[in-house]
Every structure is written in C-alpha cells, then in structure tokens.
Design a protein around this ligand. Structure first.
Ligand code: FAD
Length: 336
C-alpha cells in the first residue's frame, strides 16, 4: 500500500518559491513503489515527476499526483585503466555526483558543477554549462515506463539528445520516471577549459587539477547567478536561440559586437541574455518579478511573485525581442 499525501504545498519544492498545492504527492526511496503505484493501484490520473524543482514554473495548483523520487546511490559498475562507468540513482543531488567524481579523480563533469537539481532530471533537458553537456557522459538511462509498467533502458543515441532537449521532452514526455542514469567518466587527466570565463578564472592559478577546475566553475557561478535559497529563480528562463547567418548579418549591421557561436554552415546560436540586455530589461523589476541584474537570462522572484507576474514579464520580453530582432525566444523552464 503506497502512502500518498493530499493537498501538498510545493512552495519549498520549486526554486522559484511559488506557493501552489498538489492534490496528491508521493515520495519514494525504493523504485518498486512505482510498480505498486501504477500496476497494483492501477493509477491513471495525471502525474508529474518533480526533482529539485529548479527548472519548473508552476502556474496553478497541480490537480494530479506529484511523484518525488528520492532513490539514492552511486555505484561503480565497470572500471578499467581509462574509464569508469557509474550507475546513479535518480534521487541523488546532481552536484553531489560532481563532487564524488572530482574527489575520485573521474574526469568529465566538473564543468557542470553547482547546477541545481537531481540527476534524474539531468538527461531530460541534457543539462549543459561551460562547453559541456551531460550527453557527453551518459551511457544509458533507465526509466519506469508507466505505459508498459516495466523498467526499460535507452542508450545514449536512443535518448536523441539535443541542445536542452531529449526524447524525454518529446515522445516520452509525461510517460516515464527516470530511475537510474549511467555515466561514463575518464580516469585519464583531461580538461575542457577553453571556455571564456573558465580560461580567465584559471589564469589566477599556477597548476590545474580537477578540484581547481570545479572551484573555478563554482566561483564563476556564485558571482553571476542568483542563489535560489536567497532569491527565487530557475536559472536560464529562455533557451539561446539558433538563427540563420542571414539574420545574424542583419543584426550585425546595427550591433557589430553581437556574440555568437557557429552551429553549422548556415546557423549560429546567440546568447538570449545579450538580446534581453540590449532591449533594456537587465535588472528591471515589474511588481515582484524581475530580470536579474547580473545575468539577464534569469528571471527572478523578488518576494511573493505569482507565476502570472513572472509569465507576464516573460511575455513582454518575448514580444520585444520578436519585434526588435525578429527572433522568437523559447522558454527553457518547464511551464506547468
Ligand atoms: C541557479 C540555477 C542555475 C542553473 N544553471 C543551469 C545550467 O547551467 N545548465 C542547465 O542545463 N540547467 C541549469 N539550471 C536548470 C536546472 O537546474 C536543471 O535543468 C536541472 O537538471 C533540473 O533538475 P531538477 O531535479 O530540479 O528538475 P525539476 O525542475 O524538478 O524538473 C525538470 C524536468 O525534469 C523532469 N524530471 C525531473 N526528475 C525526473 C525523473 N526522475 N524522471 C522523469 N522526469 C523527471 C520534470 O518532470 C521536469 O519536466 C539552473 C537552475 C538554477 C535555479
């Protein structure tokens, strides 16, 4: 018999700090609970899997079941002189995983230090930062398929990872619960430190090791991003848009300095934060919602903002950027 809590406040379960209620809520440490829930109890109302709540904006009370995985464990599954394969339970906090890897001299995810949330969510949007994405390390993802009632596994290519995208946001959306993530890391010393800010931060040190790279990333992030424990936010609110080189040329006619990264021969990616800043939103406050004053890509809750206040600000930004640059911004945060 699974224990479901009713009329559950999610205020402390989303980093925006929005005060909404879920009609039911279940937390589990053993994944067999999913069997009991979906098979024995023939559960069939709507559900939503919640990790650390650091990439969601709840717009209303949730009239369904919130599933809150808290299964824990980091195990070494395979190891040789060069690589190690880890199986990590979905409820593990992501940054604890990075800390574990760094302490054990496993290379590959140190640039992803301090991203909030749990590892179960990491494959969903293919988390990324400072030139690295989790897809570069994921070997397999195990999930409970609520349709088949079985634990299934996908390998890296079957996950269809893209920029902040995967099969879990598309074909498998709202159908699965990630149970374990397998990541393969290197035991051979190697770093990815060519990325702008990291390069600059590391100029301050004479030798480089994993711990130093992790600390550099943590420093940069602490200086630039608001701490959700102090000011509510969900990190980047928008994705960086991918545009044609033709449109880039048109923008360059007015702003020669526009930053961009090549995607392929025809397309580039430009920082949404730059566009938002150019439209004058950086540091702006509107009621209790606002745009962060150090990173324009982050919308913040200055106090008791409602999700409507945040959405109104987001709509205003989207409309202005469409109008000024002809670019449609897409949200990175999951609007529920
Ligand atoms: C200050 C700050 C900085 C951030 N920086 C970055 C960054 O640099 N790079 C980056 O990529 N992201 C960043 N984020 C966004 C966020 O931390 C990541 O997307 C993270 O992976 C979300 O994890 P979570 O556990 O909080 O997921 P949640 O927000 O709880 O959920 C996100 C999505 O994943 C789904 N989900 C969660 N767990 C599971 C599961 N076990 N099974 C199936 N679906 C699941 C949810 O249903 C939802 O659709 C940042 C957020 C904040 C607040």
């Amino acid at each position: 018999m699974v224990s479901i809590q009713k009329n559950f406040s999610l205020k402390n379960y989303n980093t925006f700090g929005i005060n909404v209620f879920a009609s039911s809520f279940i937390e589990y440490t053993n994944i067999n609970t999913l069997n009991e829930l979906f098979i024995n109890e023939a559960f069939n109302s709507i559900f939503f899997v919640l990790g650390g709540g650091s990439n969601v904006l709840f717009t209303n009370n949730f009239n369904g079941l919130i599933i809150y995985p808290q299964n824990k464990g980091i195990e070494i599954i395979e190891e040789n002189n060069e690589t190690v394969l880890l199986r990590i339970a979905a409820g593990e906090e992501w940054d604890k995983v990075v800390e574990y890897a760094v302490n054990n001299l496993f290379y590959g995810i140190e640039n992803l230090s301090l991203i909030p949330g749990n590892i179960g969510a990491a494959p969903i949007q293919n988390i990324g930062a400072y030139g690295i994405e989790i897809k570069d390390s994921i070997k397999y993802v195990d999930f409970f398929n609520t349709i088949s009632g079985k634990i299934e596994q996908l390998n890296n290519s079957d996950c269809k990872f893209g920029y902040r995208d995967s099969i879990f946001k598309n074909e498998l959306k709202n159908k699965i619960v990630v149970t374990n993530v397998y990541i393969q890391l290197s035991k051979v010393e190697n770093y990815h430190i060519d990325y702008g800010n990291i390069k600059d931060e590391l100029k301050k040190v004479e030798v480089i090791n994993l711990k130093i790279v992790r600390d550099a990333v943590i420093n940069i992030r602490k200086n630039k991003l608001p701490d959700p424990a102090i000011i509510g936010n969900a990190g980047s609110f928008f994705k960086n848009p991918i545009i044609s080189k033709q449109l880039l040329k048109e923008i360059q006619a007015d702003f020669a300095e526009v930053p961009y990264y090549d995607i392929d021969v025809c397309q580039v990616k430009i920082p949404a934060g730059w566009l938002i800043e150019k439209c004058g939103f950086k540091g702006m406050k509107k009621g209790n919602a606002g745009v962060h004053d150090k990173q324009a890509l982050v919308l913040v809750n200055h106090g008791n903002a409602t999700s409507n206040e945040i959405l109104e600000l987001s709509d205003e930004i989207i409309a202005k950027i469409q109008n000024r640059f002809g670019i449609s911004l897409e949200t990175e945060v999951n609007i529920i």
